[in-house]
Write a protein that binds this ligand. Structure first.
Ligand SMILES: Cc1ncc(COP(=O)(O)O)c(C=O)c1O
Length: 381
């Protein structure tokens, strides 16, 4: 595929290599949001069905993106929220341990820590290997070793959010299935840019923000919850998730049951007239481009950067264990990382500092010129 910069509103002079922080808006997504905003000028035009229809379209488009039925999709405001629903419904199995990988995103860590403390389950963190050689492969191997008959659940990101290490979800999911281990994945840094298949990977819950690789607005995300928790307990009781909610004149005939599938895990007021059509429009564009094509485009773009770094003695994860769209590289010991980011910013180059690594993330709004600018700036230091 070719660069799609013309579909975005990014100013021409900036090199925005920071989609892992937040994506820019597609013009079409911006228009969908403006249309949604204007709708409330005249509430007489908003029908009861409008509270639900946009959400159904959104659940369907996410289902296509991650290969699940729309019924198993829930609309969430944040990863912390979606994670809370997944973790609240975990079975407590005495003697088994919960697993995390090191430096996982805090919304995932805090949720699992709390559940472990409340349920007297031990928590083990699988640290990244000290070695740089075959680091990704070794880390993946350690994860597989830790998943056994003593494991209750593993929570991890499909792509490590700080450095782009790829975790082999097919192998991890197969091993979880073998030992009846629940697999909860934070897809925030991959879904939309890297193929995801909740069925092939035997995922129990997949939780994603919408504002990064799905190119949506802030404060709206999506989750897949497997059928095993269709009868589970949500973290709040929204009238919108009950059966017969669409009949506004009979809302006080309080219902016992919930809408089917994972609908009970939808956040209250999930039918946001502004953000729901925005995220739906964005995902439809992602689907139209094709996720494998997006990933291939990003990999092509970041390959010369990886080569440049290696030539200059900077460690970069080997190709098979790094995502094409997100690449982290460590700074030399003693380097002031904040200053590196500031200096790049002065040249209109935007990246992130995560720990002691620089995180570069690319998408279809980027071109070779962005990578060349970064390589030039790093080379001229
Ligand atoms: C892997 C990952 N998960 C979650 C989030 C955001 O979490 P929350 O929606 O709880 O703010 C981020 C944000 O950078 C992230 O990188």
């Amino acid at each position: 595929m070719n660069a799609q910069k013309h579909l975005f509103q990014l100013p021409d002079h900036i090199h925005y290599l920071n989609g892992a922080y937040m994506s820019p808006l597609l013009k079409s997504v911006e228009e969908a949001g403006i249309e949604g905003l204007i709708r409330k000028r005249n509430p007489a035009s908003i029908q009861p069905k409008d509270f639900f229809e946009g959400a159904e379209h959104l659940r369907a488009s996410f289902g296509k993106l991650v290969n699940c039925s729309p019924q198993q999709v829930a609309i969430i405001p944040s990863v912390s929220y979606g994670m809370a629903s997944a973790i609240k419904n975990l079975p407590v199995r005495p003697g088994r341990r919960a697993l995390l990988v090191s430096d996982e995103f805090p919304s995932d860590v805090y949720s699992l820590q709390k559940w472990c403390a409340e349920n007297e389950q031990s928590l083990v963190t699988i640290s990244a290997p000290e070695t740089r050689e075959k680091r990704g492969e070794t880390w993946n191997g350690l994860i597989l070793e830790h998943i056994n008959e003593n494991t209750s659940v593993i929570v991890l990101s499909s792509v490590h959010w700080a450095d782009g290490t790829l975790f082999d979800l097919a192998a991890i999911g197969a091993r979880c299935q073998q030992f009846d281990v629940r697999l909860i994945v934070d897809g925030s840094q991959s879904v939309g840019a890297l193929p995801m298949d909740v069925q092939a990977f035997h995922i129990d819950a997949l939780i994603c923000v919408g504002y990064k690789w799905m190119l949506g607005p802030y404060s709206l995300g999506l989750a897949y919850y497997g059928e095993r928790i269709n009868e589970g307990t949500p973290i709040e009781e929204s009238w919108m998730n009950k059966s017969q909610a669409e009949n506004f004149s009979r809302l006080t005939e309080y219902a016992d049951g919930y809408a089917p599938g994972a609908a009970r895990y939808n956040v209250g007021e999930f039918g946001n007239f502004i953000s729901v059509p925005m995220l739906h429009t964005a995902i439809e564009q992602v689907l139209a481009w094709g996720v494998p094509e997006i990933q291939a485009y990003c990999r092509e773009l970041t390959r010369p950067l990886a080569a440049f770094l290696r030539e200059n003695g900077v460690w970069v994860e080997e190709e098979a264990y790094r995502a094409g769209h997100l690449l982290g590289f460590p700074l030399a010991p003693g380097t002031d990382g904040e200053n590196v980011v500031k200096k790049l910013r002065e040249k209109d180059i935007y990246v992130s500092l995560r720990g002691s690594s620089i995180r570069v993330s690319a998408h279809v709004y980027n071109t070779e010129a962005d990578i060349e600018a970064l390589v030039g700036a790093l080379g001229s230091k």
